[in-house]
Design a protein around this ligand. Structure first.
Ligand code: SF4
Ligand code: SF4
Length: 242
């Protein structure tokens, strides 16, 4: 790894990132962005991940809880702060950097944002896109939230990981909306509909979970909870641990 990339990753870890990767934006030029020319001035995207504590998921009773909702907010706020600090570091080195908020849906019907943090984390080699559409990391499974920083700083990009879902059906079996189709992909799905009946998932989250007392947002957590890669001792037997 070149020195400036190593220094940037070390700085991100010092500031509290649990996972750090660099995506070559050439892998993402076709992706939907808002505005559509968002990526043009930049060459790389830094993906920063923070792990959500295991106990938050282990206590989910088949629906989100106020504790999960609050931890979700705290993780997003922390990631946004982290992205700001990394942007300062990059600007001090003489380059441009643009933070993309960790969770700022621009469209509450389709859940689109400026740029998918999951797609960037996938391209940055931090995890593969699981059958649930979540990014599954070898270290923490899908129990991670991500933020993105776009930059023109010359960096060394990481390589995407191979998909390791194998024959696992844990998220398909546990989905509270029956939305996951149990379809595998090598890199990423052509569309989210290929993996998920998105309307089934969104309807459950928006009309049921978001209206629950002290939740107030469309979150769920069940497909995150059940993924064996987040439960260290119970990885799928057919997969190769990373
Ligand atoms: S978030 Fe909930 S409803 Fe949506 S796919 Fe995951 S388990 Fe199913
Ligand atoms: S639960 Fe299994 S199939 Fe679903 S994302 Fe995790 S490893 Fe992949």
């Amino acid at each position: 790894m070149d020195e400036s990339t190593a220094q940037l990753k070390t700085r991100a870890r010092e500031l509290g990132a649990d996972l750090v990767g660099v995506a070559d934006l050439d892998l993402l030029r076709e992706i939907e962005c808002e505005p559509s020319d968002l990526l043009e001035p930049f060459r790389y995207a830094l993906s920063l991940g923070v792990k959500i504590p295991n106990a938050v998921f282990e206590q989910l009773p088949g629906r989100p809880t106020p504790l999960y909702a609050q931890t979700y907010l705290a993780a997003n706020a922390f990631l946004d702060q982290l992205a700001l600090r990394i942007c300062s570091h990059i600007e001090q080195a003489g380059f441009n950097a643009l933070p993309i908020p960790a969770s700022q849906p621009l469209d509450m019907k389709e859940f689109r944002s400026h740029l998918s943090a999951k797609a960037v984390a996938n391209a940055a080699g931090l995890g593969w896109q699981g059958k649930s559409l979540l990014i599954v990391t070898p270290e923490y499974g899908p129990r991670v939230r991500f933020v993105t920083v776009l930059t023109d700083m010359p960096l060394e990009a990481d390589q995407p990981l191979e998909n390791r879902c194998g024959s696992c059906t844990c998220c398909t079996d546990a989905c509270v909306a029956g939305a996951i189709r149990n379809v595998s992909t090598d890199f990423h799905y052509a569309s989210r509909e290929e993996a998920l009946d998105f309307q089934k998932c969104a309807t459950k989250l928006v009309t049921e979970f978001a209206t629950m007392e002290n939740i107030g947002k469309p979150i769920c957590g069940i497909c995150i909870k059940v993924c064996p890669w987040g439960r260290k001792l119970k990885k799928p037997a057919s997969s190769t641990p990373g």
